[in-house]
Write a protein of this length. Structure first.
Length: 74
């Protein structure tokens, strides 16, 4: 099965970011650019892990630092 292209990754990330409070500086399109080779499940996991990292720090929104940590983990 083919992996999603840039537009597909953008769409998938946006779906999995719904309901999650993101910091104003977070650009989901930029995140999609960094996730070349990720499957839809990987992208869903990325957003969930980002939310977990943010919650562990007691933050009320997901920042770039949380997303980068999740990228490193995945």
């Amino acid at each position: 099965m083919a992996l999603p292209d840039y537009k597909g990754r953008c769409d998938i990330i946006k779906v999995h970011a719904k309901g999650k409070k993101l910091a104003a500086e977070v650009d989901l399109n930029e995140i999609a650019k960094r996730c070349l080779g990720f499957s839809g499940a990987d992208l869903a996991n990325l957003m969930n892990e980002s939310a977990i990292f943010s919650a562990r720090k007691g933050k009320k929104e997901i920042g770039y630092d949380d997303i980068i940590e999740a990228l490193d983990r995945i």
